[in-house]
Design a binder for this molecule. Structure first.
Ligand code: DAH
Length: 345
């Protein structure tokens, strides 16, 4: 039995010198050391030996298996390192290779302009209304009636406003001013809100006009609000949005829902006020309409005009962006030409 053991050990050593990979080592371990391996077969026969021999042969068998285990382990470590080196060589990273360009999207200039304007008003104490109080599909009631717009006003004409087929009085809102009515119906003064959104008009499209565009409506209703408050807030807005250096002018105007009413123009940045295609030769671009909320409008929503007063305004987001970034054509915002959009990263 002793010679048998030594023979197996010799064979195993032989196999081990020929082994060249972790796979080979696994095979050798299975052949000699596993439960069904050659040594175990011998160990099973130990129980039939006389006590004396069993001890000697048992010890020898253990010694041999330990030796084999440790040779296999050190070979395993050696092969593992070699195989890893080969693998790492193959996967070597060249960190000097130029990276792959992954184009990244960014916020549209009209969205960032809206966000900027809204945050100026938030800093002035206004909160934002962009919910069910400011729907794009409106009824005549909110878009015109409650804003004191007379039945025969030309803005109500199909020529100017897009009506839907849902019902005769349902339209795409032509102004964000309807949000004023929704807000005042749902909240008592003091009210201080801005409401950004898209509006639609059946316009002839040119450098200044598109058939949809974006407005930000503003409303401030409380006791003792005066035209001085209106001027103060809007001048402060202009100063913060443009920086103080832009020439602006207040013009008196008319809107059915405000009395008195005004408009604010900012000098055209494309021609420095000399007159060009964008400002149709006037040197100025109108950025907003505003005024003191008409008592009829307050009465309509159940606010007593003898106790409360307020001012409102509606500004054009495209115009404000054009004047800040010297964009000479409103259509550029909607063509989705990446050469234009990429400038606003
Ligand atoms: N809704 C007007 C427009 O689209 C702008 C406007 C003027 C809004 C005066 C107001 C306002 O709130 O008080 O031309």
């Amino acid at each position: 039995m002793k010679t048998q053991l030594e023979n197996i050990y010799e064979n195993a050593k032989n196999d081990l010198t020929k082994a060249s990979s972790i796979n080979d080592l696994d095979d050798i371990r299975a052949k000699y050391l596993s439960r069904k391996g050659e040594f175990n077969e011998i160990k099973k026969g130990l129980k039939d030996l006389p006590e004396q021999d069993r001890k000697i042969i048992g010890a020898l068998a253990n010694e041999i298996t330990q030796k084999l285990e440790s040779t296999i382990k050190s070979k395993h470590d050696e092969f593992y390192k070699k195989e890893l080196d080969i693998k790492l060589q193959g996967e070597k990273l060249d960190i000097t290779l130029p990276g792959k360009y992954v184009p990244q999207g960014h916020i549209h200039p009209l969205t960032s302009t809206t966000n900027e304007i809204v945050s100026i008003f938030q800093n002035l104490g206004f909160s934002v209304v962009i919910d069910e109080n400011s729907p794009e599909v409106e009824t005549e009631y909110y878009n015109f009636d409650m804003l004191n717009v007379p039945q025969d006003h030309p803005a109500r004409d199909m020529q100017d406003t897009f009506y839907t087929k849902i019902a005769p009085n349902v339209l795409l809102r032509s102004q964000t001013s309807g949000a004023q009515i929704h807000v005042m119906e749902n909240k008592k003064p003091p009210i201080r809100v801005v409401s950004p959104g898209r509006v639609y008009r059946n316009e002839n499209i040119n450098a200044r006009k598109n058939n949809f565009f974006h407005q930000i409506e503003g409303l401030y209703v409380d006791k003792n609000i005066t035209f001085g408050d209106l001027k103060g807030v809007l001048n402060e807005f202009i100063r913060l949005y443009f920086g103080s250096s832009r020439p602006t002018r207040f013009r008196s105007s008319f809107f059915p829902f405000t009395e008195p009413s005004a408009e604010i123009d900012v000098q055209c940045i494309m021609c420095d006020g000399k007159g060009c295609r964008t400002c149709s030769g006037t040197g100025w671009l109108e950025i907003l309409g505003a005024g003191m909320v008409d008592p009829n409008v307050l009465k309509g929503v159940g606010i007593d005009p003898d106790v409360y007063s307020g001012f409102a305004f509606g500004m054009g987001v495209e115009r404000l962006a054009m004047l800040k970034y010297a964009i000479d054509d409103i259509r550029l915002f909607f063509n989705n030409d990446v050469r234009f959009l990429e400038q606003f990263k």
